[in-house]
Design a protein around this ligand. Structure first.
Ligand code: HAM
Length: 428
């Protein structure tokens, strides 16, 4: 037998048993985004490599070691997108979306990072993200966070913690960077190899180190939030005030630095303790410099992205309480004549009842085996059509999720009677 070809490590199939949970999440998210006036944008999965180098930053983990980059047949260097923000900004500039306009946009889709796979961390993963352009004040930062809070409510997710920080302006970061480097240099012997390397390239990322032996050093390091200018302070205070007024609890985490270089001022993450090491389910912040950096006019911007696999993992725990829609009915067909007529009957019903989810049995087989399939399909009702029913112009009907005798309805009355049958089967 030929050897099975396996999926690429860290890349997963979404099987039919799992897709209802994804659809539930996607539907709820879209509904919430629309309520705040965000519109969907779809951009290509492949972009010029240069786009990510210039936006995410040369000395970030993503660009240094995680991108899927290759040359295409023309010799262009292309990269499978590791995140969505850069592509949305590129598309906005290219299509003139930022000219004297504000834009509230959202997107979803697969992203690719060559990370070490583990629970909650994959090489192909999915994000749903949101970006607001053209608004500079903390009010939109507040709105973006309110959207996320409403999402958790709409999904029934509890126990997520909002962590906030500010990264100030580029000038404040540069001054702070020097202060931090001076401090870390003085304690160089306590730094691990990775952090020593970052000291020269990206020292702020050292604050993000998970190495337990460095935690005391990191705790005692100077914090950027204590060295802000008036403008940055006012922005952060405005954000905190807005969240207080909206009743959104948060924790200020001065060590929150994020792994992408484009951020300034607000950064935030929603974290849970229920997913082990990969507990960040949503992350984002402000990136006022990025549009200009990529060739557009200066345009303030703020946004976030959620990790769909991580949110689904949380939803998985409460799966039983979720309104996931199963098929309504399964049509059992005994005999050739019934099989033919049944196919027509099913089409007719779908035409008459636009919401109806009906599976028609195909391929014949015994009554017992057909009923087994009906049961396994998750449908609430079985409809039974055989030679005998056909001859008498009736159809058998039986609830599958609770006890009850099979009954009969005249075929002409079926479309009329079905909704009531489904309602009763539902409340069972
Ligand atoms: P990020 O923090 O790199 O930010 O990713 C956002 C979220 O995507 C993470 O919090 C996590 O839930 C999920 N995620 C990231 N990598 C993986 C992975 N390998 N496997 C599973 N899930 C993952 C961004 O990507 C920014 N573009 C967010 C943003 C939008 N900032 C402003 N606008």
């Amino acid at each position: 037998m030929a050897k099975h070809i396996q999926a690429i490590r860290g890349m997963h199939d979404l099987l039919p048993e799992q897709s209802p949970l994804w659809q539930f999440l996607e539907d709820r998210v879209r509904g919430v985004f629309e309520r705040y006036g965000y519109r969907e944008i779809r951009t290509p999965i492949l972009e010029m490599t240069e786009l990510f180098r210039r936006s995410i930053g040369e000395v970030t983990d993503i660009v240094e070691k995680e991108m899927y980059t290759f040359e295409d047949r023309n010799g262009d260097s292309l990269t499978l997108r590791p995140e969505g923000t850069a592509g949305v900004v590129r598309a906005g500039i290219q299509n003139g979306l930022f000219h004297n306009q504000t834009q509230r946009l959202w997107y979803r889709g697969p992203m690719f990072r060559h990370e070490r796979p583990q629970k909650g961390r994959y090489r192909q993963f999915h994000q749903i993200g949101l970006e607001a352009f053209g608004l500079a004040g903390p009010d939109i930062d507040v709105e973006v966070i309110l959207v996320t809070r409403r999402l958790w409510q709409a999904l029934g997710l509890e126990g997520l913690e909002l962590q906030l920080n500010t990264l100030g302006t580029a000038a404040e970061r540069a001054a702070y960077r020097q202060r931090l480097v001076d401090y870390l240099e003085r304690h160089r012997e306590q730094l691990d190899g990775e952090s020593r390397r970052r000291l020269a390239t990206n020292p702020l990322r050292i604050l993000d180190s998970k190495n337990p032996e460095m935690q005391a050093l990191i705790e005692a390091a100077p914090a950027l939030i204590d060295h802000l200018g008036d403008g940055s302070r006012a922005h952060f205070d405005g954000l905190c005030r807005g969240l207080d007024e909206a009743g959104v609890p948060y924790v200020v985490n001065p060590r929150l630095v994020r792994g992408l270089d484009y951020y300034g001022l607000t950064v935030f993450e929603w974290v849970t303790g229920r997913l082990g090491a990969q507990g960040t389910v949503c992350a984002g912040g402000r990136y006022d410099g990025l549009v200009e950096q990529l060739g557009g006019r200066p345009t303030p911007a703020v946004g976030f992205a959620m990790g769909v696999e991580r949110l689904v993992a949380l939803l998985e725990e409460q799966r039983d309480g979720l309104p996931l829609r199963q098929p309504d009915a399964y049509l059992v067909l005994m005999g050739d004549e019934a099989a033919r007529r049944g196919m027509q009957l099913a089409e007719q019903l779908r035409g008459q009842l636009p919401e109806l989810r009906l599976i028609t049995h195909c391929g014949g087989g015994s009554f017992k085996s057909q009923f087994k399939r009906a049961d396994r399909s998750g449908a609430r009702l079985a409809l039974v059509l055989g030679e005998d029913e056909l001859a008498r112009g009736v159809i058998g009907i039986k609830t599958l999720r609770r006890a009850g005798e099979q009954q009969e309805i005249p075929l002409q009355r079926l479309a009329e009677a079905l909704p009531e049958w489904l309602r009763t089967a539902e409340t069972a």
